[in-house]
Design a protein around this ligand. Structure first.
Ligand SMILES: *[C@@H]1O[C@H](CO)[C@@H](O)[C@H](O)[C@H]1NC(C)=O
Ligand SMILES: *[C@@H]1O[C@H](CO)[C@@H](O)[C@H](O)[C@H]1NC(C)=O
Ligand SMILES: *[C@@H]1O[C@H](CO)[C@@H](O)[C@H](O)[C@H]1NC(C)=O
Ligand SMILES: *[C@@H]1O[C@H](CO)[C@@H](O)[C@H](O)[C@H]1NC(C)=O
Length: 333
């Protein structure tokens, strides 16, 4: 039985490889087409096309990354401040953001969509990746977003080690964007984007200090004092052109305000919809026993749930995206 399923998965993978290869071929043909610029992306089918459910949620004009260009609204700050009981004020926040751009790119570039078909794999942490052998399929995409441990997990963060080490067959070798917050931080190689999802001002301060003098503050979990990563590839998911930041856009529009705030994993998925043209999703949801386990550690806490996040609702939205053929969702093993 098991081996039959394996063969099926293998066939499925081969099928997808072929599909992706064909799409790539289409792209290069399109480059010679006089109609090249009329399509919003360079893929056979673009994300934004004719799906009412999707267009009601996807707001193309929401910029995911913080940049010096967008001024900060105080109303936006107030919503974000409520998430983890931030005590410091808007003036302090603004000064910290100004300080950030002395070290990190002030106008982070998002690659223009019309140039080529950007295919992305978003890889979560779910135990359902264990034994999946999705690695080669995942590495086939040109952008790979790895998501962090979610805040509900009280396991010690993995220090100084890439989380993919030893699990390449199931989760792939490469990561182009690693989504993290200070409590889940790991060192990166210098070609990987560090994508920070900040939940409080201290997270922005952490970023500056972890790259310079070292961070020594306390949080609900131990936090790395230094981080190795390429500072030119740092991106911060906190744009306030939507009232209340990218996080609030995800919470209000995508999750219909369910849960207290979105999980970082779900935010990474919506982020992918904003920076990619084709999105495949791996490693989300519970494992085959119904537990919210991780592929890289043996489950100890059987009562682990999704904390302040609406885990089940997030999962439903992912399934709906798949059903509407907006994403390819690989449910795992
Ligand atoms: C989409 O986002 C923009 C800000 O980028 C905002 O002004 C607009 O109201 C949003 N549209 C919807 C339908 O929420
Ligand atoms: C990245 O690392 C390689 C080898 O370690 C080095 O040659 C290169 O200059 C580095 N690039 C940046 C942008 O730091
Ligand atoms: C969760 O995992 C444990 C083993 O760690 C197993 O006994 C249990 O049946 C699993 N499922 C649920 C829903 O707890
Ligand atoms: C992954 O699956 C293997 C085989 O079923 C098992 O032995 C191992 O403990 C699992 N790893 C984790 C982290 O659950």
């Amino acid at each position: 039985m098991v081996s039959k399923v394996r063969v099926f998965i293998l066939l499925l993978c081969v099928g997808v490889f072929v599909v992706l290869r064909e799409r790539v071929a289409e792209v290069s043909l399109e480059n010679f087409s006089p109609f090249h610029n009329t399509s919003p992306c360079a893929c056979g089918k673009c994300l934004s096309e004719d799906d009412v459910w999707f267009t009601q949620r996807f707001n193309k004009s929401v910029e995911p990354f913080l940049s010096a260009k967008h001024s900060l609204s105080e109303a936006a700050f107030r919503w974000w401040k409520g998430i983890q009981l931030e005590k410091r004020n808007f003036i302090y926040y603004s000064a910290t953001v100004d300080n950030l751009f002395k070290t990190f790119p002030a106008t982070p570039d998002v690659e223009a969509s019309s140039d080529r078909c950007r295919t992305c794999a978003v890889v979560g942490n779910s135990g359902n990746l264990n034994g999946s052998r999705y690695g080669p399929l995942i590495d086939f995409h040109d952008q790979l977003l790895a998501t962090p441990l979610d805040t509900h997990c009280k396991f010690p963060p993995l220090m100084n080690t890439g989380r993919t080490k030893g699990y390449e067959a199931d989760v792939g070798k490469r990561t182009t964007h690693h989504v993290m917050y200070p409590e889940s931080a790991v060192d990166l190689d210098n070609t990987t984007h560090l994508v920070l999802v900040p939940f409080k001002i201290q997270d922005l301060e952490w970023l500056i200090k972890a790259f310079t003098t070292g961070f020594s503050g306390a949080s609900y979990m131990p936090v790395k004092s230094h981080i190795k990563a390429n500072k030119d590839l740092v991106r911060i998911v906190l744009n306030v052109n939507f009232v209340g930041s990218f996080m609030r856009y995800v919470h209000d529009t995508w999750l219909e305000k369910k849960g207290r705030y979105p999980s970082t994993g779900f935010m990474a998925l919506v982020l992918a919809l904003h920076i990619c043209d084709e999105v495949s999703v791996f490693g989300y949801g519970a494992d085959k026993d119904g537990n919210w386990s991780h592929y890289f550690e043996i489950l100890k806490n059987k009562h682990l749930r999704t904390g302040p996040h609406a885990g089940t609702h997030e999962y439903d939205v992912i399934q709906q995206l798949h059903k509407n053929q907006i994403i390819h969702f690989f449910k795992g093993w």
